[in-house]
Design a protein around this ligand. Sequence first.
Ligand code: SF4
Ligand code: SF4
Length: 85
Amino acid sequence: MTSKVCQTGLGSVRIGFCKEVATVFMVTINDDSCSGCDACADGCPASILEFNGEKSFVAGDPCECMGCEACVAVCESGAIVVTEL
Ligand code: SF4
Ligand code: SF4
């Protein structure tokens, strides 16, 4: 009589996969709505907003936005939109 031996040694071990999904945000500035108050750029923790002396614009990768909406909160023109992708 022969007996089977588990060659892998895994026996009844279950192998699972942990999927981590990161939330991605994107910021846009409506150039026509921006009044040029320069309230938003300095407060961006991702350092992707810049002020060119007349208007603010997204100078870095818009997808590096962290979604904090600090820029949205200070923009009285409603020119900034942060979208969760
Ligand atoms: S939401 Fe936050 S991280 Fe994104 S652009 Fe505005 S200030 Fe920067
Ligand atoms: S806070 Fe709004 S209006 Fe002011 S510079 Fe930034 S985008 Fe333009």
